[in-house]
Design a protein around this ligand. Structure first.
Ligand code: ATP
Length: 353
């Protein structure tokens, strides 16, 4: 089943949500954004807990706005599990089926099947208080899936768990989502989680989606400064487009001219921002004669060893850059360095869309 939010608007005194989004059949789309950007409001609108002021919600091209939450056939997993402490694991999972008056033998068979799917085969008789946080979240997922929902909504399902458990469980969620091919909307403020899990990511800010794309697109081709800065580490340098020649622009910055692919939106004289990722920089022994190419001179202000990778902080005039280098060149704080960035690894971005 596909999900479509069409021009949905929800307004509060200090906040306005305006959203248009499509999740294709069997796809896992993540809504990623900072606290307060409207992620949970979006999910609650889809689930039917909040009535939007305008717009439509379609599941497989049929409008669902008029349906109460329990008739929308949507499975939801919350951050805080929300399991019933007085029921054992099996009864928690079978709860929705009981409400639908499914016969005991059938609902228990279904719950057992789901326990197997979430790798908790022998846990059916346990009390909820006898489960770890990760196990409780698996039960919550099984419970959300028991009624065979048309859509699965996950609201920061891993944020109460520790880092190691989060990584393990996000892989599990992805496996189960793929196995069932269930259309899923996943909410998180954790960019690493979004990059690891998603078919596509919708980056949200101030109630609006700034960009929707595959993890690679969002990481390598951010639509604006906000997206570039929110996902991974970004090096940014202000400047003005000096000239355009075929596919490339010469971009004038306080640190010299940088050659970059010219986006359609650029024209000579336009103020924009140069963006490049830390891993796309190469340390040079010297600046070649004539200073042709994308070279920046600076001083090493900090070094961090991250296993195989060395992270340098380089200061050049009043700009600061992060470089991530494979291997560990013999450098120390205070050393003068020259680094280069290939033109094709640079992007020019507007401040906003
Ligand atoms: P977080 O990651 O912190 O959970 P979020 O992205 O899920 O944040 P929402 O909970 O959707 O954000 O809230 C978006 C904005 O809407 C916030 O500024 C919040 O204060 C506001 N808001 C949410 N519910 C109401 C309400 N019932 N009345 C007024 N304002 C509200």
């Amino acid at each position: 089943m596909s999900l479509r939010l069409k021009d949905v608007v929800k307004e509060y005194p200090d906040f306005k949500l305006r959203i248009d989004l499509r999740v294709n059949k069997g796809e896992l789309v993540t809504i990623l954004g900072p606290s307060g950007c409207g992620k949970t409001t979006t999910l609650r609108v889809i689930a039917g807990f909040i009535t939007p002021d305008k717009g439509n919600i379609f599941v497989s091209d049929r409008s669902i706005e008029h349906l109460p939450p329990h008739k929308r056939q949507i499975g939801i997993v919350f951050q805080d599990y929300a399991l019933f402490p007085n029921l054992n694991v099996l009864d928690n999972i079978a709860f929705g089926l009981k409400m639908q008056r499914v016969k005991r033998i059938l609902r228990e068979a279904k719950a057992r099947k789901l326990l197997k799917l979430v790798h908790l085969k022998d846990y059916g008789g346990r009390k909820i208080s006898q489960l770890s946080g990760g196990e409780q979240q698996r039960v919550a997922l099984a419970r959300a899936l028991a009624t065979e929902p048309r859509l699965l909504l996950l609201d920061e399902p891993l944020s109460a768990l520790d880092a190691k458990l989060r990584k393990g469980l996000r892989g599990e969620i992805r496996r189960i989502q793929r196995e069932l091919a269930i259309t899923t909307l996943y909410i998180t403020h954790d960019q690493e989680e979004a990059l690891a899990l998603s078919d596509r990511i919708a980056v949200m800010r101030n109630g609006k989606i700034e960009q929707v794309g595959s993890p690679q697109e969002i990481y390598n081709e951010p639509a604006n400064l906000f997206v570039a800065g929110f996902i991974g580490q970004a090096n940014i340098l202000e400047g003005t487009v000096r000239s355009i020649e075929r596919r490339y622009a010469l971009f004038n910055t306080a640190l010299g001219d940088i050659r970059v692919p010219a986006p359609r939106s650029c024209y000579p004289g336009r103020k924009m921002h140069l963006f490049f990722r830390p891993e796309n920089c190469t340390i040079r022994n010297s600046t070649p004669a004539g200073n042709k190419g994308n070279y920046i001179r600076g001083v090493v202000a900090g070094i961090e060893y991250l296993g195989e990778i060395m992270q340098l902080e380089v200061v050049s005039w009043n700009s600061r850059f992060i470089l991530r280098l494979r291997g560990c060149p013999p450098l120390a704080a205070g050393d003068q360095v020259v680094f280069s960035i290939k033109a094709d690894n640079c992007r020019l971005l507007p401040a906003t869309r």
